[in-house]
Unconditional design. Structure first.
Length: 309
């Protein structure tokens, strides 16, 4: 048993006295990080309103400490042994029994009113996804004071806005379950633990908008996240081009837009649409050696990675 784990506070277990959102489940995907998970679930236990159910998707062969922490906080513990964040998220979708499924990373701390704020946009039947504000120690933006903004396929630059990171992050995201194919919604080539490593939530949001749905960024739904870590510039550039290839193959109607975006980025020209995060899709160096290497390595990675069944 991990010596850093703490017994749950009595107050955190009095969930029967809190208001609940009967249409919402919270899912936390985790892998061998029970101490971080415990802090996250302690915050989830203080949500008001709270969810109908909490799922913990253990993306490993199973971990006794993770199982114990899940049990302490009344979460349903599920093992998904095939590695990959998108695989774990697809498992959560398959197991969800409510209308809305809200995702948290295991290293975030949601504000007490987080869930209520995040699910409010689903009162509009057109809304298929809602994302919130991820606050980090480096955050200088005042996004959480902004009003909600929505995106649909009638909006200018909808594809770039959804596909390249301007509508929020998967660490703070909710989905209307019936709008998402249960076992295949998240492309399992993308995201942490998968070959392409980035772009998982952005790709999923772009797919929803392309199908006629509406997505909403809800900055009042706040989670706190540790400082973000980054791969090497070379790895980020390779991943960015691989992600671009995936978009090019899966969104044929957007190929002209994607070619224009790629040319602008290779030439060091800033995108002509607003962005709230700098990844995925940004080649972050002026070195042509790096860019050419990224193209070659990204193409090789894309071609040798099988498409999920």
């Amino acid at each position: 048993m991990n010596s850093l784990l703490q017994p749950p506070a009595t107050a955190s277990l009095s969930a029967q006295f809190r208001n609940r959102i009967s249409s919402a489940t919270v899912a936390v995907c985790t892998r061998n990080r029970p101490v971080l998970l415990q802090k996250c679930l302690a915050a989830v236990s203080r949500l008001n309103p709270g969810p109908k159910q909490v799922l913990v998707i253990d993306n490993s062969e199973g971990n006794d400490d993770t199982r114990k922490v899940s049990s302490d906080y009344g979460a349903r513990y599920l093992i998904e042994p095939t590695r990959g964040l998108c695989r774990a998220r697809n498992r959560a979708l398959a197991e969800c029994e409510t209308e809305v499924l809200a995702f948290l990373d295991d290293d975030v701390i949601p504000a007490p009113d987080w869930l209520g704020q995040l699910v409010e946009p689903f009162s509009d039947p057109r809304t298929a996804a809602s994302t919130g504000y991820v606050a980090t120690p480096e955050t200088l933006s005042s996004d959480h004071h902004m009003q909600n903004r929505s995106l649909c396929s009638q909006d200018p630059h909808w594809f770039e806005t959804a596909a390249f990171g301007s509508m929020g992050l998967g660490a703070n995201m909710a989905l209307r379950v019936r709008s998402c194919p249960r076992k295949t919604f998240f492309d399992e080539r993308l995201g942490r633990g998968a070959p392409f490593e980035i772009g998982d939530e952005s790709y999923a949001l772009a797919a929803l908008v392309s199908q006629g749905h509406r997505i909403v960024y809800t900055p009042s739904a706040i989670v706190r996240h540790p400082s973000l870590t980054h791969s090497s510039i070379e790895r980020e550039a390779r991943n960015a081009f691989t992600y671009w290839l995936l978009l090019f193959s899966q969104f044929p109607g957007q190929r002209t837009t994607l070619l224009g975006l790629l040319i602008r980025r290779l030439l060091g020209i800033e995108p002509d649409f607003p962005r709230t995060v700098q990844e995925p899709g940004k080649v972050v160096s002026r070195s042509w050696v790096l860019k050419i290497t990224a193209v070659l390595e990204g193409l090789n990675l894309f071609l040798r990675t099988p498409k999920p069944q």
